[in-house]
Design a protein. Structure first.
Length: 460
């Protein structure tokens, strides 16, 4: 389809900003709006996108031919209403992503955990790929979108609203299958069904790379194309751990040393999946491994925020028990520090279904602070709060509940000592806490804290 004037509603989001950046690079005239100012809007304006704050009907220019609407945008948004009034096409993010992929050789990266990191790794391993990642990357200049000169288009595929089924890739990576979106899926069986449907649509001459996850392996049985297994039993490629490095080992014995700057066994598996796909695309294993050594991570995935008062602060998007466990395990690899986890539950539906598991996973930290639930698009649910998570933290781990981010900062600073690592975790606005902690640590304010906003000491 020809480039045309488009307008993105919710353009400041991680996935939408990357999409806007790619559209601008592809020759579309792009405008967009979001509720408030942020770094993504500034980055988009720098590449010619008319990105503005606030929502109103007059934000949709007269010549706009289609609206791309984030799933976070409510139906009563005035720009969406204006689009309907004019009879404009209202596209989901994945619909427009599929449009941009047309003419390139598409590779979709799917799974419950690790999609953003693996997508960025794969784009780097390929060398000159276009990529649309749901997190800020170095190549995206403040967004997750980067237009490359090569034939490949790497796209992060989102199952949260089943929109991955709108994509038509030539090849795909399926990292893992888990129940993470309880407002969309009633059971893990429904999640598996969607991934099977997605995999079954891959063309016979394509390929599926599947990670070591058992459910992902079961879903891979739906593929009509060849399947390359990474890790797990009988792998085509595995990342064998070593002393500070891993070795990529192929079925035929080929080997390449993998030196990653990002910690965690899960990232070694992610890198191996990226390398397996890149090899299918024609990039030798040794070249992928060399390129991946330069991978510095993506935003909010074990992102180092700084150090002050002898305390390191790291921020991570982990919001599911499996992600929390993997992130805490990675944190242990970075040194002998005590780990203070400050966790913000995300969504009432997820907290209701997984509160106990979240609390249990936080038990891998040395001390825990749990905040109130970040509601995002959901209304509160009776009996569901951050207390559900805090009360499920194992009894041997000191835990505090903080009703606000300010109270969470107080609690974290009371617990923190020189040499500690404070790890902020969650998919909401907990990401803002890191800078506040560093500022207060730098001012030496950690000796003067107050409990307020409902914070309580729940140490047991």
């Amino acid at each position: 389809m020809r480039p045309r004037p488009i307008h993105l509603v919710g353009v400041g989001g991680a996935g939408m900003s990357g999409l806007a950046r790619l559209a601008a690079d592809a020759g579309y005239r792009v405008s967009g709006t979001d509720r408030e100012e942020g770094p993504a809007l500034a980055a988009l304006r720098a590449v010619g996108v008319a990105a503005r704050t606030g929502h109103s009907a007059d934000m949709v220019a007269a010549d706009v031919e289609a609206l791309v609407v984030s799933t976070a945008v409510p139906d009563d948004n005035p720009e969406v209403a204006e689009g309907r009034r004019r009879g404009l096409p209202l596209l989901r993010r994945a619909d427009f992503l599929d449009e941009l992929m047309a003419g390139r050789r598409g590779i979709a990266v799917a799974g419950a955990h690790g999609k953003s990191t693996t997508s960025a790794m794969l784009a780097l391993a390929l060398g000159d790929a276009t990529a649309c990642v749901g997190a800020t990357t170095d190549a995206g200049s403040g967004t997750g979108g980067a237009w490359g000169s090569g034939p490949w288009f790497v796209a992060e595929a989102d199952e949260s609203d089943r929109s991955l089924l709108s994509l038509h890739p030539e090849a795909a990576v399926l990292l893992n299958v888990d129940h993470d979106h309880h407002a969309t899926f009633a059971s893990i069986d429904e999640v598996e069904e969607v991934f099977r449907d997605f995999i079954g649509r891959l063309p016979p001459d394509g390929v599926l790379v599947v990670g070591p996850d058992a459910r992902a392996r079961r879903c891979s049985e739906a593929a009509r194309c060849p399947v390359l297994a990474v890790g797990g039993p009988d792998p085509d490629l595995a990342a064998e751990p070593g002393d500070g490095v891993a070795t990529l080992v192929g079925r035929d014995g080929r080997r390449a040393v993998l030196r990653l700057a990002v910690p965690g066994r899960h990232n070694q598996h992610n890198a191996a999946c990226a390398a397996a796909m890149a090899e299918w695309c024609g990039v030798p294993l040794s070249v992928s491994a060399e390129r991946l050594a330069a991978f510095a991570g993506v935003s909010r995935r074990f992102e180092y925020r700084g150090e002050a008062g002898g305390v390191r602060v790291v921020d991570d998007y982990a919001h599911h028990p499996a992600e929390v466990s993997a992130t805490l395990a990675a944190a242990r690899e970075t040194g002998p520090s005590r780990i203070i986890a400050v966790f913000q539950p995300h969504l009432y539906s997820r907290t209701r279904e997984m509160g106990s598991q979240l609390g249990a996973s936080l038990g891998a930290a040395d001390a825990v602070v749990v905040t109130e639930v970040y509601a995002a698009r959901e209304d509160p649910m009776p009996g569901v709060s951050g207390h559900v998570v805090a009360e499920a933290v194992p009894s041997e781990v000191p835990v505090r509940f903080a009703a606000s981010l300010s109270a969470a900062a107080d609690a974290a600073l009371e617990l923190a000592q020189p040499g500690d690592l404070v790890l902020t975790l969650g998919a909401g606005d907990i990401t803002l806490l890191g800078q506040e902690l560093l500022t207060r640590l730098g001012k030496g304010s950690s000796d003067d804290h107050r409990d307020h906003g409902g914070a309580r000491d729940a140490s047991r």
